[in-house]
Design a protein around this ligand. Sequence first.
Ligand code: ATP
Ligand code: MG
Length: 140
Amino acid sequence: MATERTLSIIKPDATKRNLTGKVVAKFEEAGLRVVASKRIQLSTAQAGEFYAEHKERPFYAELVSFMVSEPVVVQVLEGEGAIAKNREVMGATDPAQAADGTIRKEFALSKGENSVHGSDSPEAAAREIAFFFSGLELVG
Ligand code: ATP
Ligand code: MG
């Protein structure tokens, strides 16, 4: 399997509870390497654009207001099969369905406040990394 890069967001429910380090440890234990990282405060326009694919879904407004409620930590993770591996470490969207040992099983509060985002395809990873980072910020 090829080395890939994927975008991760540590969401407001996790940054608020001071869980950034514990979440990053999960990525590192799974063999994912943090090659870019920054803590930012999203604007409503930015969060709305980032989640534009969910515009028609009933939870869209709630999702956008949650994502701007506290700072987030956006990161680029690199590793063998990083896109799928990250999704595996994250666990299912709903923490009640997430497997033992996953980030969402251990830390998520609900289906909405679920601690992490991860790109779900190579196309999404490329788009989402470029949304937050310039090439100069990807230091390997
Ligand atoms: P993400 O895209 O954040 O990595 P995901 O791919 O597991 O998560 P999606 O279906 O893409 O899940 O939904 C995006 C996000 O929208 C979820 O992570 C969650 O925060 C929120 N969300 C999804 N479904 C619901 C719901 N039924 N009620 C509230 N929020 C939801
Ligand atoms: Mg998704």
